[in-house]
Design a protein around this ligand. Structure first.
Ligand SMILES: C[S@@+](CC[C@H](N)C(=O)[O-])C[C@H]1O[C@@H](n2cnc3c(N)ncnc32)[C@H](O)[C@@H]1O
Length: 228
């Protein structure tokens, strides 16, 4: 039986002429309904940076940073970056490409709480978690590490799970789908789960539709910003 950890640990590759595009592909946005091109990725990261009120010199830490595609586009804005991932090969690539970044190999639930960062985020990561208890532990740790805001981005919406799965399935041939996803499931979230989690701790929470241009999964994903 495959599992997501084994899949992510196998991913490796060299950078092509467009470094950001290579990192996006290494991070899994390379085929079928998951494909994203660099211009659309940059537009998305810039929009999120605006919503986070990020300014040059501030710090952003990413849980499940992979090879660092999200952080690479943020670093272009002058943001100081760090991240953690359980894929040794991907986090090594992030370190190689962004040598000034603070990168750690490890499980999300064990992310170091020091140093603290202005913003702690996770982009397209929570659906690989085994269950809601694990997600709650990671989210609490993100809140403990962030001084200002937490962002959970690219979360699969439970309300549109069937349609999202159908589109994912239809974007590949039946045999390619079976080979790629046998034994692998995404975990879907109710939008209210994040809102309730924040409210119980006295934090403000904003949930909004995903906004990655030309991305087939955008209609089925949402983003969540929690302000401390
Ligand atoms: C789709 S990629 C996204 C990478 C990056 N966040 C981005 O936006 O480009 C998902 C990443 O989450 C990581 N991941 C999944 N579950 C994890 C866990 N429990 N602990 C640490 N990393 C995890 C994977 O190794 C992979 O690099």
């Amino acid at each position: 039986m495959q599992n997501w950890h084994a899949i992510w640990n196998r991913r490796q590759g060299e950078l092509g002429s467009d470094a950001l595009q290579s990192l996006i592909e290494l991070d899994g946005f390379d085929a079928g309904a998951g494909r994203i091109i660099a211009a659309d990725w940059r537009a998305y990261v810039h929009l999120i940076a605006q919503r986070l009120h990020l300014q040059a010199g501030q710090g952003v830490y990413e849980v499940g940073c992979g090879a660092g595609a999200f952080l690479y586009a943020l670093q272009e804005l002058g943001v100081h970056i760090g991240g953690l991932d359980y894929s040794a090969s991907l986090v090594a690539k992030a370190s190689e490409v962004m040598p000034d970044g603070d990168f750690t190999h490890g499980e999300a639930v064990q992310m170091p709480l020091e140093p603290v960062y202005d913003v702690v985020l996770a982009n397209s990561v929570f659906h690989y978690f085994p269950d809601q208890d694990y997600a709650a532990q990671v989210l609490q740790r993100m809140l403990d590490k962030a001084t200002r805001m937490v962002a959970i981005l690219e979360v699969p919406d439970l309300a549109s799970r069937d349609e999202a799965e159908r589109i994912r399935r239809d974007s590949l041939s039946p045999s390619a789908y079976e080979e790629k996803y046998r034994g692998l499931a995404h975990f879907y979230y109710d939008r209210s789960w994040f809102a309730d989690f924040a409210a119980q701790r006295g934090y403000h929470c904003q949930v909004f539709d995903q906004c990655i241009p030309n991305y087939a999964q955008s209609p089925f994903r949402f983003n969540c910003l929690i302000t401390k």
